[in-house]
Design a protein around this ligand. Structure first.
Ligand SMILES: Nc1ncnc2c1ncn2[C@@H]1O[C@H](COP(=O)(O)OP(=O)(O)O)[C@@H](O)[C@H]1O
Ligand SMILES: CC(C)(COP(=O)(O)O)[C@@H](O)C(=O)NCCC(=O)O
Ligand SMILES: [K+]
Length: 245
């Protein structure tokens, strides 16, 4: 059976098409209305991870009905799923993208796992060897750090772009861009230290999200401490929304 999966974030929508569990196509879209997935007529199920607002979720459901001819299964965070227990007293308030990434990472590494999702926000989650989610951290992502500085100060003004790097910036643009870069690289290392303390030295460290490759590049030789899983969120969909074929 063909299964279409979506990861609807605050910046963009990622999708992939599975055939008998294997990824056969994938992509990133900003405009859903004009999107027609490959083999649209043969898709047997659609499942969705969404942290976008109610309106975008509704639009996706409508798009599914119109384009694929069926309603999507929309994943929700629950208190327990697939051997993992949620740390939040109100589980539905934990972003489902974080929850799905935790489910997927725990099954890759049952000794305990640290998950970094570098998207619009940079999220950090920890899950221990008993499947207990310990909670996590939410920080602004690379773009958010830069736009909030430009929006809320009078004299952080620049038109040029700068390539993110860890050296001290010699212009406003460089200082802001490299400030965000330094912060992400330092946070990644601090999170790993925290994870090793709380979960033990044998825990796994996973990284995903649109800025994951950037953070890995910034980490240099320390990048080897992290396993890059571009689809970690969508991988969790199979656990939260299993489909019997
Ligand atoms: N092709 C791309 N389109 C948009 N953002 C990208 C792309 N490649 C890398 N990025 C970076 O990824 C970030 C968004 O990551 P993503 O995981 O898509 O976010 P979200 O899940 O919140 O929608 C952006 O802030 C940007 O810096
Ligand atoms: C923290 C997030 C905004 C991250 O979203 P993303 O960067 O993937 O677009 C999302 O997981 C969310 O809306 N969470 C709800 C709050 C929480 O997890 O506590
Ligand atoms: K994120």
């Amino acid at each position: 059976m063909l299964i279409l999966e979506f990861d609807l974030g605050n910046t963009s929508a990622k999708w992939r098409l599975l055939e008998a569990g294997d990824v056969v196509e994938r992509g990133r879209i900003t405009e859903l209305d004009s999107f027609v997935p490959p083999s649209a007529g043969k898709i047997g199920a659609v499942r969705v991870a969404s942290v976008a607002g109610e309106a975008r979720e509704q639009a996706l459901s409508q798009w599914c009905q119109n384009t694929v001819g069926l309603g999507p299964r929309i994943a929700r965070t629950t208190a327990h799923c697939s051997g993992v227990s949620c740390a939040y007293a109100e589980p539905h308030r934990l972003g489902v993208d974080r929850w799905l990434a935790v489910l997927a990472a725990y099954h890759h590494c049952p000794q305990g796992a640290l998950i970094l999702d570098a998207g619009t926000a940079l999220t950090i989650d920890l899950v221990n060897r008993r499947g207990q989610h310990l909670g996590g951290y939410i920080l602004p992502g690379q773009q958010l750090m830069q736009t909030s500085l430009r929006q809320d100060t009078a004299r952080i003004v620049y038109a040029e772009t700068a390539e993110p790097a860890l050296n001290p910036g010699c212009s406003t643009a460089e200082a802001v861009v490299n400030g965000a870069a330094l912060s992400a690289a330092a946070v990644a290392q601090a999170a790993l230290q925290q994870a090793r303390t709380l979960l033990g030295e044998s825990c796994g460290a996973f990284i995903t999200g649109g800025d994951a490759e950037l953070i890995l590049r910034l980490l240099g030789e320390k990048a080897g401490d992290f396993a890059y899983y571009p689809d970690l969120v969508m991988e969790g969909l199979a656990r939260a929304c299993p489909i019997i074929e």
